[in-house]
Design a protein. Structure first.
Ligand code: CP
Length: 311
């Protein structure tokens, strides 16, 4: 049976095109499973997984938990806000204590970039990065590119604009790696202050004018302004951001061409995206969420159970 080239999913940067193709093929099977009346398979029956979240999450956390339960894994959930981290326990002590309870895999979200990479050097269990600070969010990029593949049949050659707060976005970085590995053309767009200087090194185009970005692309992946990560002001006000970079129906109608709108969530309605676009037929936002479960089932299955046949 084919297997991944890695023992952990820490980011998209360190996996191969072949890994992504294998994850997509496996997700195709699990997408069919989760649309059956009985959405469960016994594939990870003997595996225990801990979802360890040091940062808030709705989609990623629930999606991983559902994916694990649909694979019949045993699941425990850890939230730092109600844990002994508050009493000063270190990350490594926390994880080692969880693993001592015979946990096999760790799914972790942490505010520090590199936290899952650090863990991978100190523990034996498989680790899946569910978002590490401004660094990477690999399963989000996999579900995003999988959703493009589902809609267009391929990611190869597609023109994708990632629009918004690129500077603070782990989704942008992971998407750029995934899209480039799959052969897409990628543009980033946002105010100059929210475009990191290094971004050109990743082989993407940079555009400051959102109208030009929308004219260029077939798919726009719109990102949230991450005020919680901004220590200084990068633009005068959210109102001003919405005027210059907010995407609304009038802007989309002027394009006179089909376009697909994506968003990783949570949406700040009326800031980066208006409801008349977010809730329109052009948007595939809830398809992305649905695909997230199948993608996470595939990643968990491939990392945890190379020995167990699909059933
Ligand atoms: N897309 C995403 O990571 O959403 P959550 O923060 O709700 O998990």
């Amino acid at each position: 049976m084919a297997s991944l080239s890695v023992n952990h999913l820490l980011g998209i940067k360190n996996i191969t095109r072949k890994d992504i193709d294998l994850i997509f093929e496996t997700a195709d099977y699990f997408k069919e499973v989760i649309n059956r009346p009985i959405k469960k398979v016994p594939s990870l029956r003997d595996i225990t997984i801990a979802n360890v979240f040091f940062e808030n999450s709705t989609r990623t956390r629930l999606s991983f938990e559902l994916a694990e339960k649909r694979l019949s894994a045993d699941v425990v959930n850890f939230s730092s806000s109600s844990s002994s981290v508050k009493k000063g326990e270190t990350l490594l002590d926390t994880i080692n204590n969880i693993l001592a309870m015979k946990v096999d895999m760790i799914v972790m979200r942490h505010s520090s970039p590199g936290a899952p990479h650090f863990l991978s050097k100190h523990i034996k269990a498989n680790i899946i990065n569910a978002g590490d600070g401004t660094h990477e969010h690999p399963t989000q990029a996999l579900l995003d590119t999988y959703s493009i593949r589902e809609k267009y049949g391929t990611v190869e050659g597609k023109k994708v604009a990632i629009i918004g707060d690129i500077m603070h976005s782990r989704v942008a970085i992971s998407n750029i790696y995934a899209l480039k590995k799959l052969g897409a053309e990628v543009m980033v767009c946002g105010p100059n202050t929210l475009i990191p200087k290094f971004i050109g090194n990743l082989g993407v185009k940079v555009e400051l004018d959102v109208k030009k970005a929308l004219e260029w692309c077939e798919i726009a992946n719109v990102l949230r302004i991450q005020l919680e990560r901004q220590q200084i002001k990068y633009f005068p006000s959210l109102r001003e951001y919405a005027i210059y970079y907010g995407i609304n129906k009038a802007l989309i109608d002027k394009l006179n061409k089909p376009i697909t709108i994506m968003h990783p969530g949570p949406i700040n309605r009326g800031v980066e995206l208006n409801s008349d676009v977010a809730d329109s037929d052009a948007a595939i936002i809830l398809h992305q969420v649905e695909n997230g479960v199948a993608i996470r089932m595939a990643v968990l299955y491939l990392l945890a159970s190379e020995k167990t046949p699909l059933s």
